[in-house]
Design a protein around this ligand. Structure first.
Ligand SMILES: [Zn+2]
Length: 417
């Protein structure tokens, strides 16, 4: 049962009603009144306005249950579009989605590697207009560009705080830079948060439906996107969800973050490939390159072998998954989760194996398991999760601004670079 809306401004009410329509797929005015707690007269007025804005259309009639058939409403999916871009060292992924978050088209190109940030921003901007033309999307209907990057960052200011893709990106005002060259509004968030939002948006959850959800995202590293009531939980500085730095052994090996024995040192693709490199027979059998640039390729060879049942590969991945399971159990215990999604390219070839091991760990050790289960689910949106989520971030800000509240504590920007 969804809670009724608190009384508040007209814009908030309109935003909440749009979110109910988006999440429902199709819904009648009577159901909207029941779900929102508003009168049918108030719903009729709001719906008339959002139909006039072109965001919602009448889409047919409900099945008759004896009484009068009800007119159904749904989002006018082709009324607006968004562009999502996932920026990784080795790969740039572009997606275009419609207003409902569905994929209209995608494009993948080589990653920026050592290219200067300004040149990368210009390359991104130059790719977008031809992609829209190819997909026959009216550029006037595109409400913005979302960028997903590996953290850390300050998403409220669009500033990259980490060293990705290279140290030239540190302190970069990515949002301002891309807005200047692309001439469109830009939003920036980390890849795990974007993946979490993409999952939520395409699963058609309404903002009030889930108190908290978490998505573990594995690409080069391991991160986690946390949503509260459908919006990204940023913490103080947009860097919540660093599950890869949960400490499992205070006397363990040193981690670049400054701690010791972090999960990432045992469970990240980099850690797994490094461990595999100590077994010459395995390196030879799978043709591992062990080159720093090829970690994701080597990791994919390992997980594919593990999925085929190759003994030592299976053992390596299952071992990594058990460390990750320990971290996910900690996460579930802190947030009182009832489900955890696994998302990102790191899970694409052996997701079932990871899911099984993590589920077993949760079933044995999650604190709340006698009250409710914690279910591990594979993301259904595939390896483009971060780019799709970046597009969803743009749509969410456009369609349901009530669900996006900027951090109350906006810190002053560091000196411009
Ligand atoms: Zn660490």
């Amino acid at each position: 049962m969804r809670p009724s809306m608190p009384p508040t401004s007209a814009e908030f009410t309109r935003s909440v009603i749009l979110d109910y329509i988006r999440a429902s797929g199709s819904i009648s005015r009577v159901e909207l009144a029941r779900m929102s707690g508003l009168t049918q007269a108030a719903i009729s007025t709001i719906v008339r306005r959002i139909i006039a804005d072109g965001l919602v259309v009448e889409s047919g009639y409900s099945e008759s249950t004896g009484g009068k058939r009800r007119t159904l409403l749904e989002l006018n999916a082709s009324a607006r579009f968004a562009v999502g871009v996932s920026l990784e060292y080795r790969r740039l992924t572009f997606v275009v989605t419609d207003l409902s978050g569905h994929l209209v088209g995608r494009l993948s190109t080589d990653g920026p590697r050592e290219t200067s940030p300004r040149q990368v921003m210009e390359n991104i901007a130059e790719r977008i207009e031809p992609l829209l033309a190819y997909l026959q999307v009216d550029p006037e209907l595109v409400v913005g560009i979302g960028i997903a990057i590996p953290g850390p960052l300050d998403s409220s200011l669009g500033i990259v705080q980490g060293r990705l893709p290279t140290s030239a990106w540190t302190g970069l005002r990515l949002k301002d830079m891309l807005e200047a060259v692309a001439g469109r509004p830009v939003v920036v968030d980390n890849d795990a948060s974007c993946a979490a939002l993409g999952e939520y948006w395409t699963n058609r959850h309404a903002a009030y439906e889930k108190t908290v959800t978490a998505t573990v995202y594995m690409a080069g590293g391991i991160g986690c996107g946390i949503l509260t009531e459908g919006r990204i939980f940023h913490g103080v500085s947009s860097n919540a969800g660093e599950i890869g730095h949960i400490i499992l052994d205070v006397n363990g090996p040193p981690c670049p973050c400054g701690s010791r024995g972090c999960v990432g040192l045992y469970a990240s693709p980099d850690a797994v490939v490094t461990k595999a490199g100590r077994d010459p027979d395995l390196v030879k059998h799978l043709g591992l390159t062990l080159e720093a640039d090829e970690v994701q390729g080597d990791f994919r060879r390992l997980v594919r072998a593990a999925a085929r049942g190759h003994g030592s590969s299976h053992q390596l991945i299952a071992n990594a998954a058990s460390y990750l399971g320990a971290a996910v159990t900690t996460l579930a215990n802190i947030l009182d989760l009832d489900e955890v999604y696994l998302s990102g390219p790191g899970f694409s070839d052996a997701g079932a194996l990871y899911a099984r091991v993590i589920q077993d760990t949760l079933d044995r050790g999650a604190f709340m398991r006698s009250i409710h289960p914690v279910q591990v689910k594979m993301s259904h949106i595939g390896p483009e999760a971060a780019a799709l989520g970046a597009a969803a971030l743009v749509l969410q800000r456009h369609l349901t601004p009530h669900s996006v509240r900027e951090s109350a504590r906006r810190r002053p920007a560091p000196a411009s670079s």
